[in-house]
Design a protein around this ligand. Sequence first.
Ligand code: TEU
Length: 583
Amino acid sequence: SGSSAYWKEGVLYQLYPPSFKDSDGDGWGDIGGMLEKVDYLAELGVSAVWIGPVCDSPMEDNGYDIRDYYKIHDAYGTMEQMEELIAKLHERDIRLILDLVINHTSDEHPWFEASRSSKDNPYRDYYIWKPAAADGGPPNNWRSFSEESAWEFDEATGEYYLHIFDKKQPDLNWESEKMRRDLYRMITFWLDKGVDGFRLDAINMISKHPDFPDAPEDARHPRGQQFYKNGPRIHELLRELHDETFGRYPGTLTLGEAPTVTMDEVVRYTAPERREMDMVLQMELIRLGKDFGDPWKTDPNWSPVTLKESIVRWYEEVFGRGGYALYMSTHDHPRMLGTLFGDLSGKGGEAAKKMNDAAAKAIGTFLHTLPGTPLVYQGEELGMPNADYRSPGDYRDKATIAAYKRRAEKGEAADDVLASLHARSRDGARSPMHWTGGEQAGFTSGTPWIPLNPSGREANAEDERNDPASVFHHYRRLIELRKQSPVPARGALTMIPLEDEWMFAYIRETKDERWMVLVSFSDQERECGVHAEWARLAEAGELLVGSAPVQAGASGAGTPFRLENGEYRLRLLPYQSAVYRLP
Ligand code: TEU
């Protein structure tokens, strides 16, 4: 890992295979489509691309249910294309990070078919089987992420198996050394293919409490999580995993998805001397506006002030001691643009586009000027808004469809349910990528597996690459800045105190260079008092990157600082952002 690891200086890109680019007209993104867009990724300037799972799968969870770790899913292409993608990315000095799903497999995986066939099958203990409770029901009261029992009864052997996700995703039993060895063999196979690292799916859930005790009936969703998230043997298992695989391939990047890991636990998972993982994908920033206790509720009283608190805690408690990927968008949560930030009227049109562009640039400026490693989720660099699907039939995610049905049957008003789907369903982030403003946004020549976003089409790669003021070029500039200066990746962070919680101002500095970052997360023009020293510094500063209206240097029109009656005021336009290099 070392201090000069590329991933500490660079930017990661998350590519969601089903929705990235379809090259053969079957409506599904595929590796052929990825090959077509390697130059696009190189132009954006990202250092590594994390692609979601592309192994053979029945696609119950869009590939997070693996049936064969050694075969590429037919709809995505062939192993030869995979090898070509690795080579082509490497030619452009971009690394490939594979999604590694090893907390569970598909129930159609041969291991599970053997395991369920009989109690004394050698693969029986590759999974977690338990007899029924005394009342004949599930072994305990745990519930899955899909809000049903976490146990599925299997007739053949009259026992239940554990699945903390969908029932077609049985959890692997990490207490079985034989199973672990099979996984290590598979990971080594992919490392020998030349992949540069892995994003480890739900990796902090692999160690379950050996007694599988009941959780309190009113425990937070998903009930029972306290007995498998950051479980009793998690660190020794991750250490063994590291030493048996990644540790033997120096420079391999490991990015662990660890949903409930708290800030102070990040160091235990990612400090180099721990020999576990390099970085975690923690959920603190993306939680904004969501009631994580209920998958379908939003938090009406949200405020970006929690972002300020998180980054200060991250900087003070973790930075320099552990690895942290910064993201506010991914395939598992609606895009913040169009749900929390940007144009929320749903009216569309020029004004909406302007508001969305400014908000997209504000989010990008915030993430890319913080300590840590920013992650760009496909479409975020274009300012693609959350899909505003208008009918339940537009959704594809199993948990979303089940929730809609359940709530409609309970008689909940259809509009209310649709509104909560728009605000919380992960399908909002999964609408196909916009490559052009034309037919099917240039994603496919066929019928896409999920409808395109009915709006937001003006945010597309082709138009934006030809518009220097576009969100795309704003992201390209932010990524370029990260390559030109050590300030964003390694500089110290000092918040500038402002009494307005929607306005952010902070300093990032090394001994040689000092930046000031200003960001408004508000759709209104706002202003507040600011200490004279900061205003004077910015007045003499050089604008490195800013959102429209682009300030002509620190003293031109639109300068955020004003001197009024001897007091300095900071005034920001809706979602205005600016980065100054200070004298
Ligand atoms: O997500 C694991 C996870 O932490 C869940 O909270 C996830 O965010 C939730 O299922 C969202 O509805 C990973 C993958 O990112 C997700 O796409 C998969 O569905 C899940 O694991 C099972 O593989």
